[in-house]
Design a protein around this ligand. Sequence first.
Ligand code: NCD
Ligand code: ZN
Length: 348
Amino acid sequence: MRSIVINQPDDWHLHLRDGKQLAMTVPASARVFARAIVMPNLANPIITVSEAECYRARILEQVPAGRHFDPLMTLYLQDAMSTDEITKADAHPCIYGCKLYPAGATTHSTRGVNNIEFIYPLLEKMANYEMPLLIHGEVTDPDIDIFDREAVFIDRYLLPICERFPQLPIVFEHITTKTAVDFVSQAPSNVAATITAHHLLYNRNTLLAGGIRPHYYCLPILKTEEDRQALLAAATSGVPKFFLGTDSAPHTTIQKESACGCAGIFSAPCALESYATVFDAHHSLDKLENFASRFGAEFYRLPLNTQKVEIKQQEWQVPAVVAAGEDKFIPMCAGETLTWQAKPILTG
Ligand code: NCD
Ligand code: ZN
């Protein structure tokens, strides 16, 4: 039986939601990940340090006994936010960055940023503190085709931000295109990117060919096979700018299986196993540890985890459905048999 042991990984982009859903989402991630950058796009977004503190406490209440899971909190940037909040965030030990959602780009982003230049004073402050800026990099202009929104964002907004704030650590989140891979590869070392398992596994045919499959609908939307190949090459390249961020984003079956379904793929129940599957198919399993357990921590200037996780070639079945109270969620790979299984190696 093939098996690898790696340092425990972290998830550098995660949606845990709130309320009773935390009882399901937190254990799903704490199962294998030691830390996660927690996205602030709740229905009432996390815009202050004290809201982030309370949200973190609610998350910690749901960590299963005997497991260790450290939620790394972020703030949701808004046009009118004060630079004092950035100063408070910098001084706070549990806040690791601020997230830029262009208003209207994705789930719960209506209260996001309307004009990126309005937040330049905030970015200036963050650059001074070297606090990471996490970017949902898609334009919202209705004239721009949904498949082009990431590429257009790079030219219109990302390039000017990078030029104006050369000290600012930037994570271009969940990149989906060859254009984004090329941009990040050529950018200076303060610019990195997360890559999801679903953008490595699937292309837009999975979503749209032979029937519309709402559980594969996410933003940024799945792209072409050429884009997927570029992401796979980046993730397995050993270049430290590219690291793991699942963007696991649960929505109930009712919200997904609808005439106007929500964007988001709930990958946490099989995330690490899915990365292992796709890295193995690309004969790059030896590159998984740095991608999953080293490069992100180094970018965020955090120590590596010391616990280990074993990933074995052993069949198991992803649950067809996961419940939280009365709500039901269909995970990525629902009901499928995966050939890699991950388990933490518990030590005293
Ligand atoms: C995310 C969500 O549901 O919060 N959805 C998604 O499709 N990825 C938001 C986001 O990261 O865009
Ligand atoms: Zn996300």
